[in-house]
Ligand binder design. Structure first.
Ligand code: GTP
Length: 870
């Protein structure tokens, strides 16, 4: 034995009564040891070494060797127990870890069911498949797997042994697979969470079971199969009530009274809801053994009956009182009693070491029996099968082969070791053939006294011997193997689950990355770029439109104002209506300005409407269905506010001087000179205004003489189609001045002056209809320019248009933003998915490593080979 193996024992909660440490390995253990080969017990070795008892040295050596072997086996047992304990703890850690992962990122649970018909009858999954086979109405209506036929075996969805999810508790749920299949990932994750928690509890129970020095033998079977009779036959006493009618409906745990109840035979009835504690009498009711007949029916009151009995047979005969380990026999209610009881029987499995299944040889296996054996065998590997009431069978060989055939598919290991594990017996005969016919207490209390003749029931003796051998001798197998098998199954399930998840997440990461890079990111970037482009286009469209509106409004007002004064705006009715004429002229001029503004507004309105449509079209063509246009544009509501304050701000006071506007130009026009001519000479005549004359005359005085023409007549002035130059005109005036003498002047001055005055007055009065509009136009124009009216209105109209255009623009851009947000959301979601998939695949990869390590550890626990010294 390795040093390491001994170290492992340190600090462990070992079976202290049988543990031998390194220093003591040469000494024999002080306790009684069962000698498997002989079926006897060795005494204190020191006595043997001292030669007391009169044994020969050869015998002493042989005894010592056996005791050493027994000690080594015990050490092996303890070492294995510690290794199992440790693996259970570490597996619990793995379960916690998995459960936390499941909370963070739901674990994928495969739900497709496999085509069971492909399973070999003896394959590891065959028994469960068989159970399912039987559960469905017909073997042919098995749910077909969704997996394609050509998928490799290793890619098939595994059949979980331990982590199989079920929606309803209980075993008889026909539609469970289908129900589970239809669940979504989150619901499956919740179910898995519950399952993982259950497994933690189960493992903790398993640990208790491994640490528990006693062995619990669970006797179950179909209703009325003879379970109680079988237990009684093992005790060689009628302790448990037997009846032709189903009777046992409460679990009865038969315990050796010598060890646990100070040798007092009695029943401790544990009520439903109470936790049994032998030292706390309030946790149970005490009854006599003979009351058991009534107590077993009280399933509504009691959950467990602890039956303390004394077995006075020898240590080598008694199973209960064997001197090696405490054995507890649990007589369970019949499986098909009712659903609740059956479920209870199933759930008690987790706290038992060995299952003895009693089947009525007349009926063979029922459906629930098959299901129970399959489930028990999956966990415990070996199931004892007692085919009872064999005395009633005529064709015993036929019955045997039929039953063995069925066991073959239910528990392959049991079938392989049928000699050890399958027994055809008659419990009633065994009980009735005992010396006192099963009525007494079975012996005189002498442990080493073998007074009874059991040869009359070799089959039952054989069964009893096998049971003893398995529980006592092969304790490592009977006690620890179920725990090991369970761990292997659980770790296998965890391995399958992790492997599937790792594969799925690696694939998911790959798929999602492809989706991200080829679809989502380009789509997101496309919409982003499009949004920038559309934003620019819309902005420039709005800008262009507003500038256009500003320009034409300003232009419209300016043109209108500039045209004032060129002609009368209202008909002139005569001097007597001069004031009305003035008022009307002023009003019409202002109205004209206002109508120019108004026409600009309606033009702006039309243009804005067209541009609003254009902007919406932008949105529709670029965003398609994603563009939500829920606002209706109403152009009529534009420019409904008070337009301007021109009337208020204009000085409309009419002055006397407003009616007179003398000028050469107007005078000439009044005289009937064509307008074109007047406007062409306007510039030249402006030279003769006083300021020009003052500044220009002195400098050009010297050259004047040379410039004067030789002839200048008014006729020339009127008839010439050619414009007279200023110089020519002055020269002509100068030459005429030579002809005018003072006497002549004196004679003509008066009438000329009178004529001029009369002409002037006449001109002024007649020019009123033109002079007033001209002057008024100048006045209004000046005021309009002073108040910056064209700009203010152009600005106002274009601003309102901008505001209106901003609505659809904003709507389009908001829609873009919504789409961008949506795409970004999709992108981020996918990125999170990828990250999660990466984390999950990494997590499962690591977990697989840990599970593999644990599996290796469990695999290394060697329960079957025996270490001995030669
Ligand atoms: N012929 C014959 N009858 C038996 C044998 N074992 C049990 N019986 C009878 O079968 C009947 C039922 O036996 P029980 O031991 O009460 O059966 P059970 O399985 O404990 O019954 P429940 O616990 O109520 O399900 C009794 O009348 C027994 O006498 C046997 O080996 N041979």
């Amino acid at each position: 034995m390795s040093q390491k193996g001994f170290k492992n024992l340190e600090g462990a909660n070992d079976d202290a009564s049988t543990l031998v440490d390194e220093n003591e390995s040469t000494d024999l253990p002080a306790t009684v040891m069962y000698m498997p080969d002989e079926g006897t017990f060795g005494n204190d070795s020191t006595t043997l070494f001292e030669g007391q008892g009169g044994l020969s040295s050869g015998m002493l050596f042989s005894n010592k060797k056996k005791q050493l072997n027994a000690s080594i086996q015990q050490l092996n047992y303890n070492e294995n127990k510690i290794a199992l304990d440790r693996t259970i703890n570490q597996t619990i850690e793995l379960l916690y870890e998995l459960s936390n992962e499941n909370k963070e990122r739901p674990i994928f649970y495969p739900t497709d069911t496999e085509d069971d018909s492909s399973l070999l009858l003896n394959s590891p999954r065959a028994h469960l498949a068989l159970v399912r086979n039987n559960l469905t109405a017909s073997a042919k209506t098995l749910s077909k797997a969704k997996i394609p036929k050509n998928v490799e075996e290793d890619e098939r969805i595994p059949e979980f042994k331990v982590l199989k999810l079920s929606i309803k508790m209980g075993h008889n749920n026909h539609n469970n697979d289908n129900l589970v299949k239809n669940l979504d990932k989150a619901s499956l994750a919740t179910l898995l969470e519950q399952k993982l928690n259950q497994q933690v509890k189960y493992l903790l129970n398993l640990k208790d079971r491994v640490d528990d020095t006693s062995s619990k033998v669970f006797v179950t079977g179909d209703l009325n199969a003879g379970k109680s009779t079988f237990c009684n036959a093992l005790l060689r006493r009628k302790v448990l009530p037997e009846d032709q009618q189903p009777c046992t409906s409460v679990f009865c745990e038969v315990i050796d009274a010598t060890k646990e109840n100070k040798g007092v035979e009695e029943v401790h009835a544990v009520c439903i809801g109470c936790d049994y504690n032998i030292r706390d009498e309030s946790s149970y009711e005490i009854h006599n053994l003979n009351e058991l007949e009534d107590l077993v029916y009280e399933c509504d009151k009691y959950k467990l009956l602890k039956v303390y009995v004394l077995d006075h047979r020898s240590l080598t005969e008694s199973l209960l009182h064997n001197g090696v380990i405490d054995i507890k026999l649990i007589d369970a209610p019949g499986l098909n009693m009712d659903l609740y009881q059956t479920t209870q029987v199933f759930s008690r499995q987790e706290e038992i070491d060995l299952v003895v299944f009693v089947v009525n040889s007349e009926n063979h296996f029922t459906l629930s029996a098959k299901e129970f054996i399959a489930a028990a065998a999956a966990e415990k590997r070996y199931v004892f099968i007692v085919v009872n009431k064999f005395d009633n069978i005529n064709d015993k060989n036929k019955c045997m082969s039929k039953i063995l055939e069925q066991i073959k598919s239910l528990s392959p290991d049991t079938y392989k070791n049928a000699k050890e594990f399958v027994h055809f017996v008659s419990s009633s005969d065994a009980l009735n053939n005992s010396p006192d016919g099963g009525d007494g207490d079975g012996g005189d209390g002498d442990d080493d006294n073998n007074n009874h003749n059991n040869d009359s029931n070799p089959d039952f003796d054989n069964l009893e011997a096998s049971l003893r051998k398995f529980i006592l001798d092969k304790r490592a197998i009977s006690k620890l193997l179920p725990a090991k098998s369970y761990l292997i199954n659980l770790l296998n399930d965890l391995h399958s689950l992790s492997q599937i998840n790792e594969k799925i997440y690696v694939q998911e990461k790959k798929d999602k990355l492809i989706e991200l890079n080829s679809l989502i990111t380009p789509k997101y970037e496309e919409i982003l770029q499009l949004s920038v482009k559309i934003n620019d286009s819309i902005n420039s469209l709005v800008e262009k439109t507003c500038t256009e509106i500003y320009d034409f409004t300003k232009n419209e007002i300016l043109t209108t104002v500039n045209e004032f004064g060129d002609h009368q705006v209202v008909p002139y009715e005569g001097l007597q209506y001069i004031y009305e004429y003035a008022m009307e002229t002023q009003r019409v001029m202002i109205e004209t300005v206002l109508s120019a503004v108004s026409s600009s507004e309606s033009q702006a309105k039309n243009l804005t409407s067209a541009k609003v449509e254009e902007i919406i079209k932008f949105g529709k063509t670029t965003l398609g269905d994603e563009f939500l246009h829920d606002k209706v544009f109403k152009p009529d509501l534009m420019f409904t506010r008070r337009r301007d304050t021109i009337k208020k701000n204009l000085n409309d006071l009419i002055e006397f001087s407003d009616f007179f506007d003398p000028s050469w130009e107007s005078c000439l026009m009044w005289l009937g000179i064509p307008k074109e001519f007047v406007s062409n000479t306007r510039l030249q005549l402006s030279f003769y205004n006083s300021s020009n004359l003052i500044s220009n005359l002195p400098s050009s005085a010297m050259s004047l003489k040379n410039q004067l023409p030789t002839q200048l007549t008014l006729h020339t002035l009127y008839s010439s189609t050619k414009l007279l130059t200023t110089g020519a005109l002055i020269r002509k005036l100068y030459s005429v001045s030579h002809l005018i003498r003072p006497s002549l002047l004196k004679k003509f001055a008066g009438p000329i002056l009178l004529g001029i005055t009369g002409f002037t007055v006449y001109y002024l009065v007649n020019d009123i209809p033109n002079a007033f509009p001209r002057k008024q136009a100048r006045k209004i124009k000046k005021q309009i320019f002073d108040m910056d009216y064209p700009h203010i209105n152009a600005d106002r109209i274009s601003k309102e248009c901008r505001q209106v255009l901003n609505y659809p623009s904003r709507q389009v851009m908001n829609n873009f933003q919504t789409t961008i947000d949506k795409r970004l959301g999709e992108k981020e979601k996918l990125e999170k998915c990828i990250k999660d998939a990466e984390l999950s695949s990494g997590y499962f990869e690591k977990l697989l490593g840990k599970i593999d390590y644990q599996m290796q550890l469990v695999d290394d626990i060697d329960l079957e080979s025996l270490n001995t010294v030669d």
